[in-house]
Design a binder for this molecule. Sequence first.
Ligand SMILES: N[C@@H](CCC(=O)N[C@@H](CS)C(=O)NCC(=O)O)C(=O)O
Length: 216
Amino acid sequence: MLLFNSFGPNPRATRMFLLEKGLTIPQREMDIQHAENRQGDYLMANPAGQLPALQLDDGRVIAETVAIWEYLEEKHPKPALIGTSPEERAETRMWQRRVELNITENLYAGFRFGEGVEMFKSRIMVRPEASPGLKAIAQDRMAWLDKLIAGRDFIVPNRFTIADIILYCATDFGATVGQTIPASCGNLSAWFKRIDSRPSAKASLHPAWETIKVKG
Ligand SMILES: N[C@@H](CCC(=O)N[C@@H](CS)C(=O)NCC(=O)O)C(=O)O
């Protein structure tokens, strides 16, 4: 297996997932700042042109962060970061979808069409006029989630899961690009500190973050 790795919150989330699992996979480093991922061999392997991607021993390439994690969890069930039963897995996937569809996808698109527009305009269709609205939706949905997680340690009750990893890496990134957790969100802020104190949180940061000054 070979993991295509880079700076960025999705590859970082995958590094955090691997650390939590205690897994080590050989890696090939890609330079997303200079769009190495948007050309040549990499596009043949992953037509979406994004990181991370996992090349299997039979040559197949799995892209999309959660698809990679689902595969790895099936191969290495312990410790479970998705779930140990159909019920637990369904519950995790429900919260994962809520986190992604309401918060993280809007936060990331708000960044790509805003602060990231110069980097992304030659890579994808960008809509700068949509950036403020996308950021506002992410903020509004964080306030929604804040109420739902009252009294909980994690996004999914009583279990650390991929929903925590996804939201943590997005909000840590967000805080360095002008999209902080709203000050009114006490539950979410406490949750963030809790996840931030896990060894995998710091250890998953890419060394480039010190230069770029963005958490990824
Ligand atoms: N839907 C993809 C998104 C991956 C993604 O956005 N990757 C970013 C890094 S966090 C990337 O490759 N950015 C560089 C680019 O799009 O050219 C997933 O879930 O893996």
